[in-house]
Design a protein around this ligand. Structure first.
Ligand code: F6R
Length: 611
């Protein structure tokens, strides 16, 4: 969503915050802005568009230099992307500047009250009320901190905020509730950001602000108060980060780089988590004893978007290996639905970023009902990772392309390990466990062999890039893969695409099929192969353009397909790790051939920290 950065120290602040913003631009940006204290005056610069547009509009460096600055990229929620709606938002006198990530839910009544008190609003944003509220209480409260405290006590919603005040030119105020905010400690300088990748080039010593903590930052000093009252000592940690993770290297786009990283990222997800001697998986972060595992009666898997699709795949695996009923749900539904959580229900929230607002809220909702909730996340130290009762990192490495690829296969890998762990305590023998683990160990090489077909998949992309619609079909464990393939295509190529369980075709969607419609079907060797083959014959006889994905050695689909993509065989429960690869490549090449901004598709953000 929105990104926040800030700097206070001895160096010229503006180039530092602009550079930091650029490192987060991949997460979505429709306008950008910054505030700097120059000659003890607050100066604001904003522009719709990308960060380079803001950069180009800045005055000569000597007119906007200073050692304190905050900056922001916006992803519009309230009000169109425009200069006036870009952050920083300011009070009536332009003396208080605010950058905000989150949503103020009660901004309409607050705005009305403030207008009645004489405040003049210039934007359509929810954020602007915070600047005016602070201005309002600045006159009645003894300190700026108190004014911020009282102002925020009126606000309902979520926020990560950085605040600059002309009257207090040598400090930045940072505060969060429900949106991430990280402070970086440098040498007589401090940084703030909502994501560590923005500042890691300057310092690896960071701490994460907790909800309701206010941090006052000066160059050589910081102070944190909890609820604005008690002083708090932060837990400073050293981030283990390799800057090359956020460079594209030889690849044209981050998405392509991340697709090609999957042999390694899948390996990283299972490495060290396998016990060959007992044919079992080790997921120590779950902190579950064998007794705990044997008591589990039900599992809920919760996530959004691609993570939700990984959860659907997890259901097939866990129910197959462990025979435990699994319920999969969108986090956005789960959080408001008053879910039934019985004793011995295990809940997993799956989230690459660990910051998705709906997933975090689902976690809190389940915890408030007394449940233990486990996180399957990628970003170390993220809110879901910190607030869950245990969990597993997927170790996929930084994922920058907005369309999730390597995180998906790493999530599936963890869910596979989980299904073995649960299964070994129930149905699976050590021999079976070992057989399945051995096959998992072969997956990276099999992914590698599929990646070698990328040129062929690019040729297929040429043939469908001008289509207006596309249909993805799968059955069994490949049905969620069809959903994921369709999501990948639509989000980066803007071609309308839908995934269906192949047998559902005849209940409605088949009416859509004509000779213009590409149908991408996954028909791998498994017990449902004959069934999906029949479904594809039905599609073929309606003249659809069939692109099929099947296993090496099975040539019979060539009769009905425009193109066939051949994959190595694997265990049924591991197939999604292979079948999704050509679908990721196909979506990527279609979008690239259409000349679209693959890594930053329109209207999307990498981490959806608003509801
Ligand atoms: C699609 C995509 C999104 C995310 C979703 C959840 O390619 O990336 O659908 O999967 O926004 O994000 P996380 O996993 O960070 O909770």
């Amino acid at each position: 969503m929105s990104n926040i950065v800030g700097y206070i120290g001895k160096r010229n602040a503006l180039p530092i915050v602009i550079e930091a913003l650029k490192r987060l631009e991949y997460r979505g940006c429709d306008s950008a802005g910054c505030a700097i204290i120059h000659d003890n005056k607050l100066q604001i610069y904003k522009k719709p568009g990308k960060i380079v547009d803001l950069e180009r509009s800045l005055p000569e460096p000597n007119l906007c230099s200073g050692s304190v600055a905050i900056a922001h990229t916006r992803w519009a929620t309230h009000g169109e992307p425009s200069e006036v709606n870009a952050h920083p938002q300011i009070d009536c006198y332009g003396k208080i500047a605010i950058v905000h990530n989150g949503i103020i839910e009660n901004y309409i009544p607050l705005k009305k009250q403030l207008i009645e008190l004489g405040h003049q609003f210039i934007s359509d944003t929810d954020t602007e009320v915070i600047a005016h509220l602070i201005e309002q209480y600045r006159t009645s409260e003894p300190t700026i901190q108190e004014a911020i405290r009282v102002a925020l006590s009126k606000v309902e919603g979520t926020y990560g905020l950085a605040i600059l005040c002309e009257d207090e030119p040598d400090q930045i105020f940072a505060i969060r509730k429900g949106s991430p905010l990280i402070v970086g400690i440098g040498d007589n300088e401090h940084f703030i950001a909502n994501d560590v990748s923005a500042i890691v080039i300057h310092t690896k010593r960071v701490f994460y602000l907790q909800d309701d903590e206010l941090c006052i930052l000066k160059g050589d000093y910081f102070e944190i108060t909890n609820g604005f009252r008690e002083k708090v000592k932060p837990q400073v940690s050293t981030v283990d980060w390799d800057i090359s993770a956020i460079e594209k290297g030889p690849y044209k786009h981050f998405m392509l780089k991340e697709i090609f990283e999957q042999p390694i990222s899948v390996d990283n997800a299972f490495r060290g988590r396998i016990d060959e001697s007992s044919g079992n998986a080790r997921l120590g972060g779950l902190k579950l004893t064998p007794q705990d595992i044997s008591k589990i009666e039900q599992i809920h898997l919760v996530g959004c978007g691609t993570s939700y699709h990984a959860a659907l795949i997890g259901k097939y695996m866990i129910e197959d290996f462990a025979r435990i009923p699994v319920q999969v749900e969108f986090a956005s539904e789960y959080r408001y639905r008053n879910p039934i959580i019985q004793d011995n229900t295990l809940i997993f929230v799956i989230s690459q970023s660990g910051e998705t607002a709906d997933s975090l809220a689902a976690l809190r909702e389940a915890q408030s009902k007394g449940a233990k909730v486990y996180g399957i996340t990628n970003v170390v130290g993220s809110s879901i990772a910190r607030e869950s009762n245990g969990g597993s990192y997927i170790h996929a490495g930084t994922e920058i392309g907005v369309a999730s690829t390597k995180a998906f296969t790493s999530q599936i890998t963890i869910l596979f390990l989980l299904s073995i762990l649960l299964g070994r305590q129930r149905n699976l023998s050590s021999i079976q466990g070992l057989e399945y683990i051995r096959e998992l160990q072969r997956i990276p090489a099999k992914i590698e062999s599929i990646l070698q077909q990328s040129e062929y998949i690019r040729e297929i992309a040429e043939t469908i890039k001008d289509s207006h619609n596309a249909m993805y079909l799968g059955r069994g464990i490949n049905y969620p893969v069809a959903l994921e393939g369709a999501l990948k295509l639509k989000e980066i190529s803007y071609i309308h695409a839908e995934g269906y369980a192949a047998a559902e075709m005849k209940h409605g969607p088949i009416a859509l099929i004509d000779k213009e419609m590409p149908v991408i079907a996954i028909a791998t060797n498994d017990p449902l192969y004959d069934k999906i083959h029949n479904n594809l014959e039905e599609v073929y006889s309606r003249k659809a353009r069939l692109i099929t994905i099947t296993n090496e050695g099975n040539t019979e689909l060539e009769n009905i397909s425009e193109r066939v993509i051949y994959l190595p065989s694997t265990l049924q429960n591991l197939q999604p790790l292979l079948t999704v690869i050509p679908l990721q490549l196909l979506a990527y090449y279609v979008a690239d051939l259409k000349g679209l901004n693959v890594d930053q598709p329109r209207n999307l953000a990498k981490s959806v920290t608003v509801e």
